[in-house]
Design a protein. Structure first.
Length: 60
């Protein structure tokens, strides 16, 4: 029987750290800001999507 291996996190595999990293170049900063804005936009739309889905299914 094979010995149990400890669970490996995705950050350990990719080499990223858990702390937020400061970006040094302007292109990296701009890309990080765009990612944050896209995520915020998706989070803001979640209630609308949820209500629409359940409304169309007749569950509201």
């Amino acid at each position: 029987m094979e010995a149990e291996r400890p669970m490996v996190s995705a950050d350990e595999v990719s080499g990223r750290t858990s702390e937020a990293q400061e970006h040094s170049c302007t292109d990296c900063k701009k890309a990080a800001e765009n990612d944050e804005m896209a995520f915020a936009f998706l989070l803001a739309l979640m209630p609308v999507v949820t209500l629409t889905l359940f409304g169309n299914m007749g569950l509201l």
